[in-house]
Design a protein around this ligand. Structure first.
Ligand SMILES: O=C1O[C@H](COP(=O)(O)O)[C@@H](O)[C@H](O)[C@H]1O
Length: 245
């Protein structure tokens, strides 16, 4: 695997700031080069970072296509719904075109919802193969999970589906829809944002110890793209050989 770029900042506020700058710069470069920008966003702390920081972005929002790296299979009015968090705290505030953000359909069964989401992706990317996202913004749980791909789960070995359903997520809610590793590792740029002392032990395992079987977050390694980790000092506390930016 090629070495990731590990960037450590003083606080989570700076991480949020740097993350948003990176995303907006990539968006503007990509729009200039190819006319559209395909991004996959995560829930949890990453949603907070992006919703806060992207509101002031200078970019052509009409060229953005926003997908979800994973989503909880819950109704839109459930506080666990990641789409609704972005809707309430970002897209409604910037007049983002509704047709350019792609929620899952929670009215279908979780398995139908995953199939439906794969079809939406295939239509927007105009491919029946594995789509190439410009940027995936990823979070990592304290168990090392990424998207809704959990340690020891058979979905870690998924090789054909672009989107998969999961109905036994160890973290509630149990039913979710998630991108799989073939898609994650085909992106042009995967960027993690992880902050807080609760992530320090697992980061050591994910980035440095790398014991087999690899934890989900250790398996993120875009074949042709970049891998960037943005951490605050508390999360990076146990890492060797990283210097603060
Ligand atoms: O359940 C989830 O957790 C991860 C990590 O969240 P964090 O708050 O610990 O950063 C998140 O990336 C994922 O989208 C979400 O469904």
């Amino acid at each position: 695997m090629s070495a990731p770029s590990v960037q450590v900042f003083d606080s989570d506020t700076i991480v949020a700031d740097k993350l948003c700058s990176l995303v907006v710069n990539r968006a503007n470069e990509t729009i200039k080069a190819r006319g559209k920008f395909f991004i996959g966003v995560s829930g949890g702390s990453v949603a907070k970072f992006l919703c806060g920081g992207l509101q002031k972005a200078e970019t052509d929002w009409s060229k953005w296509k926003i997908f979800f790296c994973d989503e909880r299979h819950v109704p839109f009015d459930n506080p666990e719904c990641t789409y609704s968090i972005y809707e309430k705290n970002l897209t409604s505030k910037i007049n983002f075109p509704k047709e350019n953000i792609f929620p899952i359909n929670p009215e279908l069964s979780v398995s139908e919802s995953a199939t439906d989401y794969a079809q939406k992706i295939s239509k927007e990317f105009e491919t029946n193969g594995v789509p190439e996202f410009d940027v995936l913004v990823l979070g990592m749980g304290p168990d090392g999970h990424v998207c809704s791909l959990f340690p020891g789960h058979p979905l870690l070995d998924e090789t054909t589906k672009v989107v998969a359903p999961i109905s036994d997520s160890p973290k509630p809610p149990p039913s979710r829809v998630t991108l799989t590793f073939p898609v994650i590792n085909r992106c042009r740029c995967a960027v993690f944002a992880s902050c807080g002392a609760a992530k320090a032990d697992i980061l050591k395992k994910v980035l440095e110890i790398r014991e087999e079987p690899l934890l989900p977050a250790s398996r993120v390694n875009p074949t042709k793209g970049e891998l960037i980790w943005m951490l605050d000092s508390a999360a990076a506390a146990n890492l060797s050989n990283v210097s603060k930016m």
